[in-house]
Design a protein. Structure first.
Length: 102
């Protein structure tokens, strides 16, 4: 009778452990570095173009990048899919690919 206002304890069920599938996304860069073996050809072409406009200039190549073929391919696929939509404008801000954490 005097146990009316006492807090009753309830058994707490153990938490259910679910396997977590970790999905990680890796950004696909728009430009990738060029193979160092291709540097001489590009520098000769760029230097010859630059020498025509300014003969007393100096040419320094800090890094050489080309468009990523994977990003180009995704851009072509997306643009062809969106071509069917009328009166719409889309901007691709980033391209990411799924990397499964194993």
């Amino acid at each position: 009778m005097f146990n009316l206002f006492k807090k009753r304890t309830q058994e707490v069920a153990p938490p259910i452990v679910k396997e977590q599938v970790v999905e990680q996304w890796q950004a696909v860069p728009q430009y990738v570095a060029v193979d160092p073996r291709d540097y001489p050809q590009v520098t000769v072409i760029a230097a010859s173009l630059a020498s025509g406009s300014a003969t007393n200039s100096q040419f320094n190549l800090k890094r050489l990048l080309i468009a990523n073929p994977e990003a180009k391919r995704v851009g072509i696929i997306v643009s062809s899919l969106m071509a069917t939509q009328t009166q719409q404008q889309y901007v691709i801000r980033s391209i990411k690919k799924r990397v499964n954490g194993e």
